[in-house]
Design a protein around this ligand. Structure first.
Ligand SMILES: Nc1ncnc2c1ncn2[C@@H]1O[C@H](COP(=O)(O)OP(=O)(O)OP(=O)(O)O)[C@@H](O)[C@H]1O
Ligand SMILES: [Mg+2]
Length: 479
């Protein structure tokens, strides 16, 4: 799957100049997107992994330095070219120090820009790691092992900050792999209970009879096989946090018992009449739709309200794909970590960078694939994909598209617009776009046997959006 065209984002507020430049760059084989302000550029960068950003330094609102900073934070290997006027050369030099590849001064000949672009692209493979930016990356967008910078994740960090301090019960919901357990641990580690235990119990993984004994403990002879007296998880979590994973799988009987614990904060060990009082903070998690289960009568409504005192919902990764580059950097680092140093042998100080281990980057084309893929298994699946890619990359410095699985490789094709020839007479824009939408939706539905939920995942759309589009495009079809 050879992709030769480089994707370039051109940021310039003077429209005639921008359009003329875009035109010429296209003639030279670049795939050009335009932005007329810094704000707009940053939005476009969040959505798409460009190879190059060419930005004017002086822009109304956010200036070129900020655009560059945002670009490099997401994609440390992006090529950044600054266009600067008289009097701002000093700022351009400053931008170079911060990671821009080159600059051109206005007024310039188009060839100067082209030359800067070509030599930057050549050099890129050799570009050294920018330690300053990498360390910034780690500090700003992290909360106890949770990575993210999308509005949803920032809102989550803020919420976690506040709710961690309280002792209220929390219900964490979200699809598989969205980070529910990481969130539960983050809550504990930020709470006044952090010095006590975080005890996890996966309600879905244990048969019901054992689950009860796990939770409440038992006394000797309480049931066949109860040889000694054992503390349950509730007792172990006294003064700490109890994480109840997959609460949606509990039987009716267990639901009732759990309800009592939540209401009274007391229970008995199995086979014992002595009542034990505990002080635990409960964080529950589920990937089932408890509200629906309540409506269907399979989950107790009173228990639902007891658990859902503070709801925290984790959106699927496909709805916050601007987090993908950051997560990718994080996992690249994790999986390319060096073997622990042999005791007694000090790393050679002159070889500082190498002793930190292999510094792996990822091609922008591979990044586009990762950003275009719908990730039904969310962050866990992304993590696995990066682990696999690192293993396949052998001794190379850069992860390539070929290190990804075929289905992920194909995702960048969907993200790039097809080559369209504009006829002399022009086209019916709305009609054309509608046909493309219609065609994609029809194919997704065919592929999933008409399942709208799965089809919307394939298309990286919310289910409701797909249904709306269907209604608009095929008003006669029931949806
Ligand atoms: N925001 C994040 N930043 C960094 N790592 C994350 C993030 N979210 C999830 N992960 C990683 O993804 C993996 C899955 O996370 P976790 O086990 O918390 O998911 P989950 O929602 O509990 O999934 P399941 O419903 O399948 O149990 C873990 O390895 C976790 O470290
Ligand atoms: Mg989990």
């Amino acid at each position: 799957m050879a992709e030769t065209k480089k994707h370039l984002l051109l940021v310039e507020d003077e429209t005639p100049l921008r359009q003329a430049l875009a035109e010429r760059l296209r003639e030279h084989g670049f795939d050009v997107e335009q932005a007329e302000s810094g704000e707009q550029a940053i939005e476009q960068l969040a959505e798409f992994a460009f190879d190059i950003v060419v930005t004017d330094l002086r822009l109304p609102g956010l200036d070129g330095t900020r655009v560059l900073e945002a670009a490099l934070l997401r994609y440390p290997d992006i090529v950044g070219i600054i266009v600067t006027g008289y009097g701002t050369v000093k700022d351009a030099v400053e931008a170079i120090k911060r990671g821009a590849t080159d600059f051109v001064t206005k007024p310039f000949q188009f060839d100067e820009l082209l030359h800067a672009l070509n030599s930057a692209l050549e050099k890129r493979g050799l570009k050294a790691e920018n330690a300053y930016l990498r360390s910034q990356l780690q500090q700003r967008y992290k909360f106890e092992g949770l990575i993210g910078r999308s509005p949803a994740m920032r809102a989550l960090f803020q919420l976690l900050e506040t709710v961690s301090a309280s002792a209220s019960t929390i219900l964490v919901t979200g699809e598989t792999g969205t980070g529910k357990e990481v969130v539960a641990r983050a809550i504990h580690h930020n709470s006044p209970r952090r010095a006590q235990r975080f005890v996890a119990l996966n309600c879905g993984a244990i048969p019901e009879t054992l689950l009860e004994a796990e939770l409440f403990g038992h006394v000797r002879g309480a049931f066949t096989g109860a040889i000694g007296t054992r503390q349950g998880r509730l007792e172990q979590a006294h003064k700490g946090t109890l994480f109840l994973d997959e609460v949606g799988t509990m039987s009716a009987a267990m639901q009732m018992k759990l309800l009592r614990v939540l209401q009274e904060r007391e229970f008995e060990r199995i086979g014992d009449s002595h009542t034990i009082k505990v002080d635990v903070r409960v964080v529950a998690a589920t990937n089932s739709d408890l509200q629906k289960m309540v409506a269907e009568g399979t989950f107790r409504e009173d228990l639902y309200y007891r658990l859902n005192i503070i709801p925290i919902h984790l959106p699927p990764l496909r709805e916050r794909k601007e987090d993908i580059p950051l997560l990718v950097q994080h996992f690249l680092k994790k999986f390319s970590a060096p073997e622990p140093a042999v005791v007694g042998i000090r790393p050679n100080p002159t070889r500082g960078a190498e002793s930190e281990g292999r510094s792996l980057s990822i091609s922008q084309q591979a990044m586009r694939c990762l950003m275009g893929y719908p990730w039904p298994g969310n962050v866990r699946q992304l993590e696995n994909a990066i682990e696999r890619a690192v293993a396949l990359s052998g001794g190379r410095q850069q992860i390539e598209t070929s290190d990804l699985t075929p289905d992920i490789q194909q995702a960048s094709q969907a993200a790039a617009a097809p080559d369209i020839n504009l006829p002399e007479g022009g086209i019916d824009f709305e009609g054309y776009i509608n046909r493309i939408e219609h065609d994609l939706i029809r194919r997704a539905l065919e592929k999933t046997g008409g399942n709208k939920g799965q089809a919307s995942k394939l298309l990286n759309l919310k289910r409701t959006t797909l249904v709306e589009k269907l209604k608009r495009l095929e008003p006669r079809i029931e949806s």
